[in-house]
Design a binder for this molecule. Sequence first.
Ligand code: UT7
Length: 330
Amino acid sequence: MSASSASSASGAPFRPVPGARGGVITGWGTALPDKVVANDDLADQLGTTDAWIRERTGIAERRVGGTTAGLAAEAGQHALERAGLDASAIDLVLLATTTPDMQVPASASEVQRLLGTSGGAVDLNAACSGFVYSLVTAHGFLAMGAERILVVGSETLSRIVDWDDRNTAILFADGAGAVVLEATDGPGQLRGWDLGSDGSLRHLLYAEIGDTMKMDGREIFRRAVRITVESAIRALERSGLGVDDIDVVVPHQANIRILTAACERLGIDPAKALTVLQTTGNTSAASIPLALADGLDRGRVHPGDNVLLVGFGAGMSWASAVLQWQSPPR
Ligand code: UT7
C-alpha cells in the first residue's frame, strides 16, 4: 500500500515524537460474569443450533451479567495487583466502553470510586476499537507527564442485545480486561499505530439510545476483514516492521472466520493469533484486553516479541497498535 493511499484512508499518518516518553504495560487483569450462556441455551428460542454457531463464529459459550463499572473495577484491581501498585498511584482511568451503565455520569467515575484511584477518570467510546484507541490515547497522556494509567475495556452488551435476534444474540456478551500502563524514559513498547473512522458506515451496526443493537452482519464481515488488513499494514509501516516480524496477533474477538481470513490475507500464520471468543463471545471493547491477558497468562507473549493489536467495529471505527513487549521493570 502506498503512503498516500494509507494517509487518505486513515487521516494524517501519526508518527512517534522523537524524545517523547513511552509506556510499558506492567499489569493486566480480567473479569467475567459468573453466568455462562451456552449455544444450546439459545438454540430453541432463536431457531439456531450449537453446530451452526460454532461453525459460523467459533463461539461455544459466553458470559452474561454484572455492570460495566463493576466488571471494569474487578479487572482493574487484578491489573493493579499484578503491577504491584496501590490504586492511589494511578493518575488516570481510561475506560473504553460502548455500554456505559448510565447516560450521566461516565462509568469511569464509578470505577474511580470503587478502586480509589487518584487523578482523572473518563470514558472513551469507539465501539469494538475502543481499547486500542484508549491504549494509544494513554500514550499521549504519558508523553504529557502522566506516570501511571489504568486502561480498561469493559462491556455489558447483553443489556442492549435483542434476545430474539439470532443475528446478534449469538455473538455479543459481557466482560472486562484491563492493563496498567507506566511511563518509561525512552520509546517504550508502542512502535506504531493507526486509528480510523468512516462514519458513513454507521448504519451497519448501531443502537439508538434506549434501544437494542441492529447489525448488517454480512456487510460488517466483508468490511471487517479488509479494514483489519489495511489498518494492520499501516501500523506496521509506521513501526518500521513487516508482517514477518510479528510474533503475536491480538485481534478483536468478533468471529473466528474474520480473524483467520484477516491473518491469512496479511500473510501471518493464524496460529499466532490469541483467541478467547470460544468462551467469551464478542465483548466489544473488552475483547482485545481479554485475549491479551489470557495470552500473557498462558505464556504466549515473551519479552522482545512484536505484538500486533487490531480492532474494528461500529462507526465503522478501527484501531491498530504494534507493541514490542518488554518485561515489567519490577
Ligand atoms: O464487533 C463487530 C461486530 N460484528 C461482527 O463482527 C459481525 C460480523 N458478521 C458475522 O459474524 C456473521 O455475518 C454472522 C455470524 C452474523 C452471520 O454469519 P454468516 O455466515 O454471515 O451468515 P449470513 O448472514 O450470510 O446468513 C447465512 C444463512 C442465512 O440463511 P439463508 O438465507 O441462506 O437461508 C441466514 O438466515 O444463515 C442463516 N442464519 C442463521 N442460521 C442459524 C443467520 N444467522 C443464523 C443463526 N443460526 N444464528
